[in-house]
Design a protein around this ligand. Sequence first.
Ligand code: ADP
Ligand code: MG
Ligand code: MG
Length: 475
Amino acid sequence: MDPLRDSKSTEEPEIEITADVPGIPPSDLVEKMVYDALVWSSLHGLVVGDKRVQNSGTVPGVGLVHAPFSLLPVSFPKSYWRQASELAPIFNELVDRVSLDGTFLQDSLSRTKMVDAFTGRLLDIHSKMLEINKTEDIRLGLHRSDYMLDGETKLLLQIEFNTISSSFPGLSCLVSELHRNLLNHYGKDLGLDSKRVPGNTAVSRFAEALAKAWNEYNNSSALVMFVVQSEECNMYDQHWLCAVLKEIYPFAMDFFFLYLDGKTVAVVYFRAGYSPNDYPSEAEWEARLLIEKSSAIKCPSISYHLVGTKKIQQELSKPNVLERFLDNADDIAKLRRCFAGLWSLDDLDAMKTAMEKPDLFVIKPQREGGGNNIYGDSVRETLISLQQEGSEEHSAYILMQRIFPTASLAFLVREGLWLQDNAISELGIYGAYLRSNDKVIMNDQCGYLMRTKVSSSNEGGVAAGFAVLDSIYLT
Ligand code: ADP
Ligand code: MG
Ligand code: MG
């Protein structure tokens, strides 16, 4: 078998590749680079479970395939990179402040609750905590704020803010390393410099935050518990974090779903619990409630989880709402600059415009994990049917301005095959926040995740199969 030949895409190239455009390799070089990249990924753990292989989502080491990646880092202007990085601590602080306002969370989501049973159950847990006056003295957030660079307005606009199960702190670091490695070898041929790929510290900084939270709990025999899905093809991303954590702190770890083993749990890190599928029975809801009631540090707490909903994102974009939570006018202005247009579905003017120009909007339910949004003609159809129903059903969704990043040529590598296509990218900035009463122990930008997808695709998740992992090349 000639792996070089086999790794060639069977699809006809849509775009002519020329050898003399800087940064764009001629096809024989692409073949070589893809081969090297596949070897590097396999040797360095840039891998995911292969859905086609049985047990690949449950047994580590069984059925691995390289994570989908872009062959070269995507060009990204330094000024926007700085802007996105600067926003991380401000958003962290905002999340913490909003999380303390139980009334704001309950009120903002009260109508969503009536039509969205999943969000309703989360709110019920939150209400119970309010009833018993539960306070979280130590608060840990491992967040990722996602952005796209809008081509027309040249604005960096936020797609969403993730407060639960922010994925790929492990694999994103590896993709940055992969790209640096490829540019060290092939950079001269391409006219690219590996030093312009910023180092990515996501995995070590997230591990540091978990370790510091554990330390703050102050019980040397207590555990850090990772709550994971029973089948998870992205388990290696989680194992990377777990492995780095074990390296820096020699404490006990449990990697089972709600397995306590008679020991105190200091920190509960959720990489599950964000989707209705994670609660197949009452037992999972009871477990979530039990954890919330406990003295363990939750990452995220139910309040932090709710702050990350799309509905709260939309409420925070309304006039004078940020001012309720933050004092610094500069910070508020910085946040507002990255807000895209966001509306609730009872905004009749916005609804009318969206029905006339559905391509300029996205409808989003209160869900995580990719694949849930509504685009294009379906926007109009959905809005019409929601209006006809005349019920509260529309409160399950928000309406958002669609962002259109400028497309550029990318080489997307998936399951050993590559294809070249016009692609757009979404930048995620990781942020960690740790607070113990009045003391802010950590509030930092912690690295990045770039995801790239063919420009014709609406959705963007890597795990959901739409995008590939990428890194950035600062220009
Ligand atoms: P999830 O929590 O499921 O990841 P997102 O809000 O991130 O939900 O939406 C999923 C994907 O849909 C994003 O990664 C992005 O590719 C695309 N998307 C979301 N909002 C917009 C938008 N306003 N404009 C363009 N694309 C969007
Ligand atoms: Mg999300
Ligand atoms: Mg997202």
